[in-house]
Design a protein around this ligand. Structure first.
Ligand code: ZN
Length: 361
């Protein structure tokens, strides 16, 4: 098996990653709509008769929210809207089938990072379920807040909203959702500011950076400016490898990601998670790249018979667990899993689901 090096992989996920992971919505078929048509498709608009006309005129939540937030007398309305959006998002559940976020979570290690722009709870739920199985989870950053996460202001601890603070045992306060207004303010809230400060350091140090389902739109001025600056200030920028997982046309993506391209050979474009370096060299994406580029070795992840190990569409949870074992041995599994192995994702959800208060009914 290939050596491990002190290198890390940063995966930045946008709305497209959730769409690819949950193409038919959550387990009850509840949709996770894009900003355009958000309030109508979620049914939230039906509970806000005062927004009926304005909602039809401005179907994009970003446009509508920007308009309302410019006027002080809409503060109460915005608060109620925030609660409705948060309740909808928090009610979503990943279900019993293994999804792409689960596969991602099992294919990276504790050296790696996942940062998400999404409000939906799926990445947090995946972390929650997969933490029963493996011990080397990545660090997760919620760049726009998240409907599943809470914060203890006293102890400065972040946790799941369905848990209590492990230190003071008080209920967590929900982390704020950062609304998609044109001028996003990443400094206003301590939790969000910390997430962005961490992201800057991680971009500076990461060897590989994957953007999955994030189109890097020009309207994301503030987010892109922070990420470009962190990249441009990095002393190792010329060694970093970028990978874009996106179904959009490559010419459009090349334009959108132009600022990250130090050398054309340092960026690649693929259409799906299964074509990515993470799925092709699970748990060793950076190590393989390091050996390829630094030692000129054609390294890949193989089993004891020298057969390639990759993550495939047909893989279920148990087949990935077997692959993890071939790559890492027993040490990667948590004691709770070793003592009580599960037989499927359904088994895992049934075992832990009761802790997600009110979600799995
Ligand atoms: Zn606390």
């Amino acid at each position: 098996m290939i050596d491990r090096y002190n290198t890390s992989h940063l995966v930045i996920v946008g709305a497209g990653a959730t769409c690819a992971s949950f193409p038919s919505g959550d387990y009850r078929g509840r949709l996770i709509p894009a900003m355009n048509g958000f309030l109508e498709k979620t049914g939230i608009l039906d509970n806000f008769p005062e927004l009926k006309d304005l909602g039809a005129e401005y179907p994009n939540l970003e446009d509508l929210y920007s308009l309302l937030s410019n006027e002080m007398h809409h503060q109460d309305l915005l608060k109620r809207l925030d609660l409705a959006i948060r309740e909808y998002m928090a009610s979503l559940h990943c279900g019993w089938q293994i999804n792409l976020y689960d596969k991602l979570m099992l294919s990276v290690t504790s050296r790696d990072y996942i940062a998400t722009f999404n409000w939906d709870p799926f990445l947090a739920q995946s972390y929650f379920y997969m933490s029963y199985i493996k011990s080397d989870l990545p660090t997760i950053l919620f760049l726009h807040g998240n409907s599943a996460m809470g914060y203890c202001g006293e102890c400065h601890i972040v946790g799941y909203l369905w848990d209590v603070c492990q230190n003071c045992k008080h209920q967590f306060t929900p982390v704020p959702l950062l609304y998609p207004i044109k001028e996003k303010n990443y400094e206003q809230n301590a939790y969000i500011k910390n997430s962005w400060d961490d992201l800057k350091k991680i971009i500076n140090n990461a060897f590989m950076i994957t953007f999955w389902g994030y189109s890097a739109p020009k309207s994301d001025t503030a987010a892109l400016a922070i990420m470009h600056e962190a990249f441009n200030n990095s002393e190792t920028k010329k060694y970093k490898q970028f990978e874009i997982i996106n179904i959009a046309e490559e010419s459009l993506l090349k334009e959108a990601y132009n600022e990250f391209i130090y050398k054309p050979s340092r960026i690649s474009f693929v259409k799906s998670f299964y074509q990515s370096e993470i799925a092709n060299n699970p748990r060793r994406s950076c190590d393989c790249l390091f050996e390829n580029t630094m030692y000129c070795l054609p390294s890949s992840v193989v089993d004891e018979n020298e057969n390639r190990i990759t993550i495939q569409e047909e893989d279920d949870l148990l087949s990935i667990i077997r692959k993890m074992e071939q790559i890492e041995g027993e040490d990667v599994f948590r004691d709770c899993y070793k003592q009580n192995p599960i037989t499927s994702k359904k088994d895992l959800v049934n075992r832990l689901g009761s802790r997600l208060k009110g979600i799995m009914k």
